[in-house]
Design a binder for this molecule. Structure first.
Ligand SMILES: [Mg+2]
Length: 219
């Protein structure tokens, strides 16, 4: 069965307002939304952390990750700040008629229900799709790239993966290694460049989902 793999965060769902909210909890000050999607998390920390907070970088990073990964109530509560990325749901609704959709995310399986609800609420097809999430242990052993590869290996055993869409250039070497023919980088932020995607194995780079809608309508 032919399948398409789609990343969730910042590919289908804009997490910038949520990340801003989480950073504001951790740094106890306002962070401009404009800095998200332009600066890396580390650079935002260096820009806005107080002298004292800089000496607590390790503790605050752990607090940030716990919130980001929804390991506590405040993290789950903050999911309400997420927003759908324009036109992504429209495109997936067209693709769903042709191929199996596999959502592959670094989110932890402890929030599977919340994630399914969120996808549904934003209009993403969930009936004939799979949601593959990280196990909390995946974050502890080896790199996130290795964890992604383990999950890709089981997906590619089950399905013939014809396409992947992701916003993170660092995963494209894995998509290339697993011989996914159409490897689409979604480059919406200014944190990465087109070149970053191509160098790591993307076969094409887009800036907006609407670019995929037009070709999908011809299916
Ligand atoms: Mg992502």
């Amino acid at each position: 069965m032919n399948c398409v793999i789609v990343d969730i965060d910042d590919t289908l769902i804009d997490t910038k307002p949520r990340t801003k909210h989480i950073m504001e909890i951790v740094l106890e000050r306002e962070i401009p939304l404009e800095d998200l999607g332009v600066l890396t998390h580390e650079k935002i920390f260096l820009k806005y952390a107080s002298e004292i907070q800089r000496t607590q970088a390790k503790k605050l990073t752990a607090q940030f990750l716990n919130l980001l990964l929804c390991k506590n109530e405040a993290g789950i509560e903050s999911l309400k700040f997420n927003r759908p990325i324009p036109h992504a749901a429209e495109v997936l609704q067209i693709w769903e008629n042709e191929w199996k959709i596999v959502y592959l995310t670094g989110r932890l399986n402890i929030i599977q229900e919340n994630t399914l609800r969120e996808l549904e609420e934003f209009g993403f097809p969930t009936d004939n799709s799979d949601l593959i999430m990280f196990d909390p242990a995946d974050w502890g052993k080896g790199s996130l790239l290795d964890a992604r590869k383990r999950l890709l290996s089981s997906i590619t055993e089950q399905f013939n993966v014809i396409r992947v869409v992701d916003d993170f250039p660092g995963y494209f070497s894995a998509y290339k290694q697993f011989l996914i023919p159409d490897r689409i980088g979604l480059n919406q932020s200014k944190v990465h460049t087109k070149k970053d995607f191509f160098e790591q194995g993307a076969t094409r780079v887009i800036e907006k989902w609407i670019q995929l809608r037009d070709e999908s309508e011809k299916l």
